[in-house]
Write a protein that binds this ligand. Structure first.
Ligand code: LP5
Ligand code: MN
Length: 240
């Protein structure tokens, strides 16, 4: 019995090794799991479900095969793929979850999320996030021709890369109070998230008691997953 969590694969046509690693992970690991949770940034950038990129079809087919094999697969949006919608979800057999979700697994209560909402010290990002999460801004963006959307996404990525170089490491990490608030508000002992690309298991002593924050790693040169079983919660890396 096991449930798997992954995040931050940043799949793109430019990184075929990561795609191959993910496809192998689905066939060799996820297929034996009770469920798979993808905690955001599965894709490098998502500009609409109508994007005909062959990579998207390939991933949809692989996820649908997992679904057909009886492994439920859940998806929480990341800051790169927050526009991934019902059309792609249906095609892939994915169940879309809200930005935070509490789940009960083998007697443990866990809170799962992408992790960007915990980075409250990064005010420029939080302001940007508020804007791009407005329904009307998203509708407007999605109504633009595909090639315009591609250009805007590329500009945003370039801008993000540039501003990230000027931000301190601390600003781009989670805020401890935001973590404590999320854990105590949801009455959980486990928080699993990605986004910061700083894989670790943090043991926390909070006002409400002991808790653990498990941070998934990004998929650059190897895979990263959290495996929850009745016995343990493990952060595991595996070669592609
Ligand atoms: O993604 P990453 O790891 O580089 O950095 C993130 C934060 N950046 C982002 C931006 C994304 O990378 C852009 C993705 C585009 C995807 C699809 C396009 C859909 C558009 C939909 C419109 C409705 O999330 C970064 C954080 C970092 O994580 C760590 O937490 O710091 O935050 C930023 O870079 C935000 C900037 O600090 C502020 C941005 C100001 C606005 C920029 C607009 C420029 C675009 C102009 C286009 C016309
Ligand atoms: Mn992210």
């Amino acid at each position: 019995m096991s449930t798997l969590f992954i995040a931050d694969l940043h799949l793109s046509t430019q990184e075929p090794a990561i795609t191959a690693g993910f496809l192998r992970f689905l066939q060799r690991e996820a297929i034996h799991a009770d469920a798979l949770y993808i905690l955001g940034d599965l894709f490098e950038a998502w500009i609409g479900d109508d994007d005909p990129a062959p990579l998207h079809q390939e991933i949809a087919t692989a996820l649908q095969a997992l679904h057909q094999a009886g492994v439920p697969c859940y998806f929480i949006h990341g800051n790169r793929d927050f526009l991934l919608g019902e059309r792609f979800a249906k095609q892939s057999g994915l169940t879309l979850l809200p930005e935070q979700q509490v789940i009960e697994l083998y007697g443990r209560r866990l809170l799962i999320m992408h992790g960007d909402t915990l980075c409250t010290d990064d005010q420029a990002y939080q302001e940007f996030r508020r804007k791009v999460h407005h329904t009307w801004i998203q509708k407007l963006f999605l109504a633009l021709p595909l090639r315009w959307r591609l250009k805007i996404a590329a500009k945003m990525r370039a801008h993000s890369r540039q501003t990230n170089q000027q931000k301190s490491v601390a600003i781009m990490d989670v805020n401890p109070q935001a973590v404590e608030q999320a854990i105590s508000h949801n009455k959980v002992q486990w928080l699993i998230h990605g986004h910061t690309h700083r894989p670790a298991v943090h043991s926390l002593v909070l006002g409400s008691g002991q808790a653990n924050r498990v941070v998934l790693g990004a998929w650059h040169t190897e895979g990263s997953m959290v495996k929850v079983t009745p016995e343990a919660v493990e952060l595991i890396t595996s070669p592609f």
